[in-house]
Design a protein around this ligand. Structure first.
Ligand code: NAD
Ligand code: UFG
Length: 344
């Protein structure tokens, strides 16, 4: 009989599925809750292969208080990793209510259910978006925070709520993990990022051009004050990011408290660096054209990841080359399989 389990909300999604693999490798038993609004149930079959055992999987919504109470009553949950939420910046501007409901209300419902069940260890998917337009790089955790859109504001609000909860009830163990730009996939090619519709983010777009789904990449601006004029970001391999979650959980178990850390590499790469490295991974040219700047974009953003290194003993190790070759493997194999099934 399992003595304790980690509840992973959004565990069939991009980052959550990779976190499941890292957690299973570290010996944790898993219970996934996902409403499948942006992922597929067959991810669980793939996780069974990668984890060695099949995670428990419940299709459900984090806003469903009764379903949450049932989960906490039926399973020996000791901690929650909360990935479930909506993440498209543009959609959040068009549908703020839906975004605040899914992200803020969803998190509140989950936290309230946790308190009813006296489960007080919580790892939250925050984002570098809470730094708004960073005044300087590398960005440290004590940099000023602001929101430039409802998605970012939802993350900021949740960060504040977690602060308040910890102040009122210091026995909560809370991690606020601020992700920079997660890319890549598990090296097996079995799980990865599978965005619906036209991708907003650079890496899935580049990959879709590489496989021929899209004709060419629009590079949003080459007149920034960066080495080649294109935007610079801190791309982090999703498996490094997943391992950061295991380290954060381990830290909370040992030390408790409220942990707030950047999860990034500390290195910035430009759009054209990404294109070049992806071309090497896929072995052919990625056509692109320079287009005007995308509204709201910052020229450059990368993390100072030294606090995570100091507190968690964690560091992102995987190279840009690995990020691109692993993403390419996924786009050639696993994702095509998913697409074929979903088109039927
Ligand atoms: P994703 O969309 O792939 O995964 C989210 C999962 O949550 C999906 O499987 C979706 O079906 C599920 N979900 C959404 N709303 C739900 C609800 N109400 N109840 C239950 N399940 C629900 O996204 P991801 O890239 O894996 O992101 C995970 C988390 O990390 C999100 O909170 C996101 O805001 C945050 N984050 C992502 C990035 C990024 O670039 N991918 C960067 C910073 C932070
Ligand atoms: N870019 C292009 N063409 C594209 C897509 C992106 O040139 O088709 C450029 C952007 O202009 C930017 C860089 O590629 O310079 C990265 O863009 P992404 O959209 O991949 O990533 P962002 O850093 O702009 O934003 C992402 C998430 C946000 C989150 C932020 C920090 O989309 O939600 O990372 O975590 F807030």
């Amino acid at each position: 009989m399992t003595s304790s389990m980690i509840l992973v909300t959004g565990g069939t999604g991009y980052i959550g599925s990779h976190a499941c693999v890292a957690l299973a490798q570290a010996g944790h038993e898993l219970l996934i809750l996902d409403n499948l609004c942006n992922s597929r149930a067959d991810v669980v079959d793939r996780l069974e292969i990668l984890c060695g055992t099949r995670p428990e999987f419940i299709v459900g919504d984090v806003r469903d208080a009764a379903a949450l109470d049932k989960l906490f009553a039926c399973y020996p949950i000791s901690a929650v990793m909360h990935f479930a939420g909506l993440k498209a910046v543009g959609d959040s501007i068009e549908m703020p209510l839906e975004y605040y409901d899914a992200n803020v209300n969803g998190t509140l419902q989950l936290l309230a259910a946790m308190r009813r069940a006296q489960v007080k260890t919580f790892v939250f998917s925050s984002s570098a978006t809470v730094y708004g337009h960073p005044a300087s790089v590398p960005v440290r955790e004590d940099s000023p925070r602001s929101a430039t859109n409802p998605y970012g504001r939802s993350k900021l609000i949740i960060e504040e709520i977690l602060d308040d909860i910890h102040r009122a009830e210091p026995d909560w163990r809370i991690a606020r993990l601020r992700y920079f730009n997660p890319v890549g996939a598990d090296e097996s090619g079995l799980i990865g990022e599978d965005p619906q519709g036209i991708p907003n983010n650079l890496m899935p777009f580049v990959a879709q051009v590489a496989v021929g789904t899209r004709e060419l990449l629009n590079v949003w601006g080459n007149d920034y004050s960066t080495p080649d004029g294109t935007g610079v970001r801190d791309y982090i391999h999703v498996v490094d990011l997943a391992e950061g979650h295991v380290a954060a959980l381990d830290y909370l178990t040992r030390k408790g408290g409220l942990l707030t850390v950047n999860l990034g590499t500390g290195k910035g790469y430009s759009v054209l660096d990404m294109v070049k490295t992806f071309e090497q991974a896929c072995g052919h040219v990625i056509p692109y054209k320079i287009a005007s700047r995308r509204a709201g974009d910052v020229a450059q953003c990368w993390a100072d990841p030294s606090l995570a290194n100091e507190l968690l003993g964690w560091k992102a190790n995987r190279t840009l080359k690995q990020m691109c070759s692993d993403a390419w493997r996924w786009h050639q194999g696993g994702q095509t399989h998913c697409r074929i099934q979903s088109d039927q």
